[in-house]
Write a protein that binds this ligand. Sequence first.
Ligand code: F6R
Length: 244
Amino acid sequence: MNIQIFKDYASLSAFAAKEIIHMLKQKPDATLCMASGDSPKLTCELFVKKARDEKVNLSEFFFIGLDEWVGLSGDTEGGCHHDFNKRIFNPLRISPAQYHLFNGLSDDLENECVVMDKIIREKGGIDLMIVGIGMNGHIGFNEPGVDFKLLSHVTELDETTVTVGQKYFQEQVVLQKGITLGLAHLMNAKKVLLLAQGAKKAAVIQKAVEGEISNFFPASIMQQHLHGYVLVDEEAASLLNKAH
Ligand code: F6R
């Protein structure tokens, strides 16, 4: 695992967006997997801008959504699918043939997981995964206590996830379960960027990077990824003890 500390959220996001562009120039048919939420928001914006400015060939890449809230339709504002439509698919006119997201409304969620795992296998794995970190150390909906070996799965959401998750929605929504790629996908991804910004993430970053590797703090698994990069701004890095 590597740690990179940036002056601010803007420079961190510019770096992450550049990573996507660089990958797509090297490998136009790459598979990109992203989390939604606040952390990658500016990365998406800058990626869209750079892809347009540099006329990057986007006709062959494939996009995978990291997770989804169970019970929400794809057009619920604040949901992951809605975020990706707004942030990436609509502005870049990416056709549905070029992405796969979990359907949180499916009446066969187990099959959603089987299909997701099959697609990732058929694509030859994930080239670049961009994730955030929750206030309980989750990545995607890999909640505290998760089995590190899991692929896609459905899970009960941790109390912190439910409480913090309300921030994405204008109106009160029932958040109980999530469907997510597993940490085995993260470990199998060729490269992972974990993004965190702001003082509120300082304690979880310290635990993820310098704490014990434990499934009770899922993001600590990043310490074991050879090509895992934790990208933080100075505020999120403020509790790190060791010299990075
Ligand atoms: C969202 C997701 C979550 C978030 C995490 C951090 O798709 O996978 O794990 O990445 O909860 O959320 P933000 O970035 O909003 O602080």
